[in-house]
Design a protein around this ligand. Structure first.
Ligand SMILES: Cc1cc2nc3c(=O)[nH]c(=O)nc-3n(C[C@H](O)[C@H](O)[C@H](O)COP(=O)(O)OP(=O)(O)OC[C@H]3O[C@@H](n4cnc5c(N)ncnc54)[C@H](O)[C@@H]3O)c2cc1C
Length: 602
């Protein structure tokens, strides 16, 4: 018999980032007993790192904004592969979710007349991001955490879930361990919400923290849920590239929103050289117009530095490959130049971008008020994830919900900056609401003791193994994904990656871990590695299947968008014999009123 400590709740939320906390708050307010589990400490989830802001059509800075424009921007950004119902709900509900956060105590930056200030961001037609300097995620987490604690959530910090448990088709709980002692825990629950964030640690260069190992996606896949849009991994154009110890660390798009420009080693603003037809009518013709846009001129169009992330990242890559890059293999991002336009520009930059100022000063010895930064693309965000129902966020598996970065649908082929934090609020709230309803309609399910024995055996296997260290396999996997399934892809390289991943899978089965169960990071890595391998395989399979370039997926061998690929999402699930099943899921027809919005906004 397995040895474990048992906990019982109505709703179990796995993940304490923005999505998890928002779900937990909603479920708790509905009167059910809620537990939240987090791999790290409360307040340290990845959401805390979010910088630029929350996208919501509050129309405080530009009264032409509305949910309709936000909807059209999100769909265009996602190259129309988005779940249009999610995009509609998101655009309509985000403003109320931001006001709710404010009512719970979030202190946003203000307009001169005291309303929530909004800033420009890539792909958004009007200034739309509610923000707190460049520390918006911190304020969001602080507010949700304070609010949630008052509602009486049970919080399990430094716990990791390794398996979901099922009773027939339905999910009835989860099994995991605590990091401190390595003891096992059974969390029985009537409904489970996955809010485990992204997958960035599958790549070598990433803005993501150690927690982002795709656990929720792998847990859902193993439990029988579909994973959708896995080919769409977002490479943010501006990560730090020097010194090597901080390579990948994010440089917020807010720098470009506030007037920062990209230049190559010749000092040329290369982004003006390549403007995609889909965005031509909305993009500035010249530097002067671009500058006026960043300063709030309603008659100006956005500078090309604020085109979507996929496009900007590829333009940077081209500059570097063609020999016009910066000394350490990136390009220059310059906000210091605004001294020619703004008196007291150094103070202005420090006030608008305090974290960026300190990040470069302390980590790279660069004063961004005086010198340009060196930047390059970094793996940032996963558009793909657990396939969910738009209204309820329930997956294909009854009782299993997903929200936030680990869920798919809202962003389609490419996410707009700022649309993640609003996603967490809108769909975290919905997931919590519907999970609570599900819990009220169902009794606790039965947990199969054999499943627990098997989960315990698998979790302890690395201590019995004789094989490579998990770090070695993880590092090799990250190199493979970076080199062969990265920003630019092609068939032969991805087939090579797929073969290599199968090798890593075998090696990971035998990964050996010395020592005992207390705070053993080697053991934790061995278990996380299994998830990274599942996720890497799914990304590669989906990317091979989509023989075109669209949004975040760019294929050298199919460099254009192909109409035949515009009508479906790729969904992967586990077949009855453990094989990977791939299907092309048709996108349902969009209602006429939404089609009309898109037409009007073209
Ligand atoms: C540097 C940076 C800046 C960003 N800036 C912005 C921005 O300005 N605007 C914007 O919209 N988006 C931004 N993003 C993206 C956005 O921050 C994330 O997409 C979002 O915070 C994800 O939130 P989440 O709640 O889904 O997951 P997270 O906040 O990552 O939370 C995941 C939680 O799940 C837990 N967890 C994971 N696996 C397990 C497991 N097996 N068992 C138990 N717990 C587990 C983790 O410990 C954590 O608590 C930024 C991202 C980065 C990296």
């Amino acid at each position: 018999m397995a040895e474990y400590i048992k906990h019982e709740h109505d709703v179990l939320v796995i993940g304490a980032g923005g999505a998890g906390l928002r779900a937990a708050v909603e479920a708790s307010a509905a009167g059910v007993k809620v537990a939240v589990i987090t791999k790290s400490l409360l307040g340290k989830a990845h959401t805390v790192m979010a910088e630029g802001g929350i996208a919501a059509a509050l129309a405080n800075v530009d009264d032409r904004d509305s949910w309709r424009v936000h909807f059209a921007d999100t769909m265009r950004g996602g190259q129309y592969l988005n779940n249009w119902r999610m995009a509609e709900l998101h655009a309509k509900e985000a403003p109320e979710c931001v006001r709710e956060l404010e009512a719970w105590g979030a202190l946003f930056d203000r307009t001169p007349d005291g309303r929530i200030l909004q800033r420009n961001f890539g792909g958004h037609r009007y200034p739309r991001l509610a923000h707190v300097g460049d520390r918006t995620g911190l304020e969001m987490i602080r507010t949700l955490q304070d609010h949630g604690i008052h509602l009486g959530l049970d919080v399990f910090m430094e716990y990791t879930v390794v398996t979901l448990l099922k009773d027939g088709d339905r999910v009835v709980g989860a099994f995991g361990y605590d990091r401190e002692r390595g003891r096992f825990h059974l969390f029985q629950a009537k409904a489970v919400v996955l809010a485990t964030g992204g997958i960035g640690r599958a790549y070598k260069i990433t803005s993501n923290s150690w927690e982002y190992t795709g656990d929720g996606l792998a847990l859902a896949y193993e439990a029988g849920a579909g994973l959708q849009d896995m080919e769409f991994v977002q490479f943010h154009p501006t990560g730090m590239i020097w010194p090597p110890s901080v390579c990948g660390l994010l440089v917020t798009e807010g720098v470009r929103g506030d007037g920062g420009v990209l230049r190559n080693k010749e000092g040329r603003r290369f982004m003006f050289d390549s403007i995609p037809p889909l965005y031509a009518s909305q993009t500035a013709d010249n530097e002067e117009e671009g500058w006026r846009y960043t300063q709030g001129d309603k008659n100006a169009r956005r500078p090309p530095e604020l085109l979507t992330r996929d496009h900007v990242a590829r333009c940077i890559r081209t500059e570097v490959r063609e020999g016009r890059g910066s000394p350490h293999g990136g390009v220059f991002l310059d906000i210091a130049w605004i001294k020619d336009r703004i008196p007291n520009s150094a103070e202005h930059i420090k006030k608008k971008l305090p974290s960026m100022y300190h990040q470069f000063k302390q980590l790279a010895g660069i004063d961004i008020t005086k010198e340009p930064m060196e930047v390059g693309p970094t793996t940032h965000y996963m558009m793909g994830g657990v396939r969910v129902d738009a209204e309820s966020q329930m997956s294909d598996v009854p009782g299993l919900f997903a929200a936030g970065e680990c869920a798919a649908g809202l962003h389609g082929a490419n996410r707009l900056g700022g649309n993640s934090l609003s996603d967490l609020l809108v769909f975290g709230k919905r997931a919590g609401d519907y999970a609570a309803r599900f819990a009220k309609d169902h009794l606790q399910g039965k947990v199969n003791p054999d499943e627990l024995v098997e989960a315990e055996r698998r979790a302890l296997k690395p201590f019995e193994n004789e094989g490579p260290a998990p770090y070695v396999i993880q590092y090799a996997l990250q190199e493979t994904m970076q080199d062969l399934v990265g920003i630019v892809r092609q068939e032969d390289e991805m087939l090579q990656a797929l073969n290599t991943i199968q090798e890593y899978k075998k090696q990971a089965e035998n990964a050996e871990v010395p020592g005992h169960r207390e705070y053993n990071s080697g053991w934790h890595t061995a278990l996380d590695l299994q998830n990274l391998i599942v996720v890497s395989e799914m990304i590669t399979r989906a990317a091979l299947e989509r023989k075109e370039s669209r949004g975040a997926q760019f294929r050298d061998d199919y460099p254009t968008k192909i109409d035949a690929y515009s009508g479906f999402n790729i969904v992967l699930s586990k077949g009855p014999s453990g094989d990977v099943q791939l299907r092309r899921e048709p996108i349902p027809p969009m209602p006429d009123e939404l089609k009309q919005i898109i037409q009007e906004m073209k």
